[in-house]
Structure formats: structure tokens, C-alpha cells
Design a binder for this molecule. Structure first.
Ligand code: ATP
Length: 307
């Protein structure tokens, strides 16, 4: 029987559980369109992402897939065109300028790929870590020494960045990002300019921040050394989350990684390009519902004269 108008109204008025609930990071149908000289580029096209508090997460994807755009939105540097972006309960689309400044100073810490961009070259390691505390009007106390110690770079407290190696600069940069006890650390290719041994040290420092301070860490990376050591890796393609790899410890202590395609709320999923290419799938596919799976077949167009 069809529902009556009043039943439909009651259904529409009922409060629905918000997507992602009270997760630490919630992006729901996030859209970011850049307009330059009349040309529109859709960098994020309805991206969904839910991250729980305390997660250590990697984001991977081809160049231009939207990773940096997402990180810029989450860091409060950029405002998305539409959708929902919420971090620690704060709505990133509706913040006042004052809230945004507080958010950037106290809720989130950021690490860039370019080591030189993270630190002021004329300040020592300790002074660099103390600067965000001074700007936020906080007491400095022993915190900078503790953070440099946690990152394994106590010896850099009195050195200026040009006197530190690239890996040391990045570890001091993590201490700077942690200065005001943020809830979230965002890092854009933090090991991009480093060799593998140094990358391991920098990633180890990020992992310590995550495990010992409970900070949620989101790392954009091309570095397999990083993406293969986190519990969850999110793949972004064409401005949307397309895949997720979950890692867990197997019965014999080995790491088992399983890759999944992401099914969004309206039922869209992206088939991996190598799968569709292998079967020449284009434009249309045939779907069949089986008792425990859905089959996807290429459509073979028959030449007109054979029909
Ligand atoms: N400020 C901007 N103005 C115009 N277009 C932009 C701007 N920033 C990014 N884009 C475009 O948005 C898309 C996504 O870019 P983004 O930098 O987020 O990708 P990415 O995955 O981080 O790439 P990479 O790995 O190369 O850093 C690209 O097509 C890019 O050209």
C-alpha cells in the first residue's frame, strides 16, 4: 500500500543518524571546484571519508587525484565548494575567521613535503617548537624539550635548520606540529624528499606521535614504506575515495592486507582500471545478482549485419 502524505511527512521529519556519526573526521559528498580564467577544475567530486579518533591513515592516489586538495580542506587552509567536512565536531564550511584561526593553531598540525617550508631557518629547533605556543599565548615550560625528545631529535634543540639533516628537520617539524597538543596531524608527503632509511625514521616519529600521544594522523604519500605500515590506506581516484586497504595481523604474526572497493551511499563504486581494461569494459556493463555476489560482465556489441 502506498504511504499517505502524512506518513511521508513524518518520515521526512524523523531525524536521521548523520553520516559518520561523531567520528573524528567526516567528509560527506565533499566537492571542491577551482575556477581559473573561466575554466573549472573539479578537484574533489563527492568525496566521502570517515576517520576515527586515534587512527593512523595513509592516503594514496595518482598525481592530480585530489589528495592535496583534501588535505588543504582538512587543515582549514581551503574552503570546499559544497558538502560536509567536520573535524573534531567543528564544521569546516561554516567556521568564522576567528574559529578558523583557532582551529589552525590548536586543533590541527601540518607537515609539508618541503623540509624548508616547515621551519623558520633563523630560529633554533627549540625556538621553532616554541613559536606556535607563543602565538597561541601558551606557557612554554618543558614541552618543547619533551617533544624534541619524543621525536628523537633532542640534539637539534640548539641548532638552526641549515645545521640539521633533512630527516632531522622533518622530525623537528613534527614536534612543531605537536606543540599546541593538536588532535589531528596532517602530513603531505612528509618523506617525499628523503632516502628510505631517513623516511623510516620520520615515519617512526609520526607513529610515536600517534601511539604515545593518541593524535590522529593522516599522511598523503607515494612512499610504499609508509602506506604499507599503516592499518588503513585510502585510495583516491578522480576526486573520490575509490579503494581501501585494511591490514591486520594474521595467525602467524604476518601482516595480511586486503583491498576493497568503496561503495558510496548511493551505491556507486569505481571498478579498478586494470580490471575494466583487461575485459574491454566501456560505458556499459551487465550486472547479475547472485545469491552471494554481484556479477559484472562486459557487453559485447554484435555487428549490425549479424543480428
Ligand atoms: N589552486 C588551484 N587552482 C586550479 N586548479 C587546481 C588548484 N589546485 C589544484 N588544482 C587541480 O585540482 C586537481 C587536484 O589537484 P591536487 O593537487 O589535489 O592533486 P594531488 O592528488 O595532490 O596531486 P599530486 O600528487 O601531484 O600533488 C588537479 O587537476 C589540479 O590541477
Amino acid at each position: 500500500m502506498n504511504p499517505t502524505l502524512s506518513e511521508l511527512e513524518a518520515e521526512a521529519g524523523r531525524e536521521k543518524a548523520a553520516f559518520g556519526g561523531d567520528a573524528h573526521i567526516v567528509c560527506d559528498n565533499l566537492v571542491r571546484i577551482y575556477k581559473t580564467e573561466g575554466v573549472e577544475v573539479v578537484a574533489l567530486q563527492g568525496l566521502d571519508l570517515v576517520v576515527e579518533k586515534g587512527e593512523l591513515l595513509a592516503i594514496v592516489g595518482a598525481s592530480g587525484s585530489g589528495k592535496s586538495t583534501l588535505l588543504n580542506v582538512l587543515s582549514g587552509l581551503d574552503v570546499p565548494t559544497a558538502g560536509v567536512a567536520r573535524v573534531a565536531g567543528m564544521d569546516l564550511l561554516a567556521m568564522t575567521a576567528k574559529d578558523r584561526l583557532r582551529y589552525r593553531r590548536e586543533v590541527v598540525g601540518f607537515i609539508w613535503q618541503q623540509t624548508a617550508r616547515n621551519l623558520l631557518p633563523y630560529l633554533t629547533g627549540r625556538e621553532n617548537v616554541e613559536l606556535p605556543m607563543v602565538l597561541a599565548g601558551r606557557r612554554r615550560g618543558e614541552r618543547s624539550a619533551e617533544l624534541l625528545d619524543l621525536m628523537g631529535v633532542s640534539h637539534c634543540a640548539g641548532r638552526k635548520p641549515p645545521e640539521m639533516s633533512g630527516g632531522e628537520q622533518q622530525r623537528v617539524a613534527i614536534a612543531v606540529a605537536l606543540a599546541n597538543a593538536p588532535q589531528l596531524i596532517l602530513a603531505d608527503e612528509p618523506t617525499g624528499e628523503l632516502d628510505s632509511e631517513t623516511s623510516e625514521e620520520v615515519f617512526g616519529a609520526l607513529r610515536r606521535a600517534n601511539r604515545e600521544l593518541g593524535v590522529t594522523v593522516v599522511v598523503v604519500t607515494h612512499d610504499p614504506l609508509v602506506s604499507e605500515q599503516v592499518d588503513r590506506t585510502i585510495g583516491i581516484r578522480d576526486g573520490r575515495t575509490s579503494s581501501e586497504t585494511l591490514r591486520r595481523e594474521g595467525a602467524e604474526g604476518q601482516i595480511v592486507a586486503e583491498e576493497y572497493a568503496v561503495l558510496d551511499r548511493v551505491g556507486r563504486l569505481q571498478l579498478p582500471r586494470d580490471f575494466t581494461n583487461a575485459l574491454d569494459m566501456e560505458r556499459r556493463v551487465r550486472l547479475e545478482l547472485e545469491s552471494d555476489h554481484i556479477g559484472v560482465w562486459p557487453v559485447r556489441e554484435e555487428p549490425a549485419d549479424e543480428r
